[in-house]
Design a protein around this ligand. Structure first.
Ligand code: ZN
Length: 197
């Protein structure tokens, strides 16, 4: 009997949809309770449209074997909660030395990186930028523009995800907010809880 050929994955550059994906995750406002800093602004957005999509992730994972790769697309809708731009939850890889790349296909944004001691770095995303996440960095993408931010990511299949490190610190050390004159700015997260060395 002939094997059924696996579809060759393909990205629709306009929408970010990855055909041939083995998994698809969607995060709506209701899934992101506690992620944004301004509780009142979040409550207003939630009351108006609890099922509004904030981001979608499509991925291809063939195995969890060391040496294998996971790749896929992240599609982050534009918008703000209060002054804070839409963003992904953010995570550290469970195997902390596992790195990642993000290739920006569409839109503008910021990749926010935080070391475990709390050092912040940013990489501005625009089409064509290839961003590298070094080992042991918490990372999140933020859409600072007016259209979808679409990135293609790739990381080791055995990396795993630690979301708790972000939750336990009440988020990341810095917030990416709309600047008064337009564009974006970093401000301190007032609720940030410093990790023990
Ligand atoms: Zn990652």
């Amino acid at each position: 009997m002939a094997a059924i050929p696996a579809p060759v994955p393909a990205v629709d550059a306009a929408t970010g949809v990855l055909t041939g994906a083995t998994a698809h995750y969607r995060k709506t406002l209701r899934d992101l309770e506690g992620v944004f800093s301004d509780d009142q602004a979040f409550a207003r957005r939630l009351a108006a449209a609890p099922g509004e999509v904030v981001y979608d992730v499509y991925e291809v994972q063939r195995s969890q074997a060391p040496g294998d790769l996971i790749f896929g697309t992240s599609i982050l809708e534009p918008g703000v909660v209060g002054s804070e731009f839409h963003m992904t939850r953010g995570h550290l890889h469970a195997l902390v030395d596992r790195v990642e790349t993000y290739y920006c296909l569409r839109g503008t944004g910021v990749l926010l990186l935080e070391s475990v001691p709390g050092g912040i770095e940013t990489i501005e995303l625009r089409p064509g930028v290839v961003a590298y996440v070094p080992p042991a960095r918490i990372h999140r993408s933020v859409n600072t523009g007016n259209e979808r931010l679409i990135t293609l990511f790739c990381y080791p299949a055995d990396a795993g995800h630690d979301y708790e490190i972000v939750h336990a610190a009440n988020g990341m050390r810095s917030l990416v907010v709309r600047a008064p004159g337009g564009g974006w700015a970093l401000v301190d997260n007032p609720r940030y809880r410093q990790r023990d060395a």
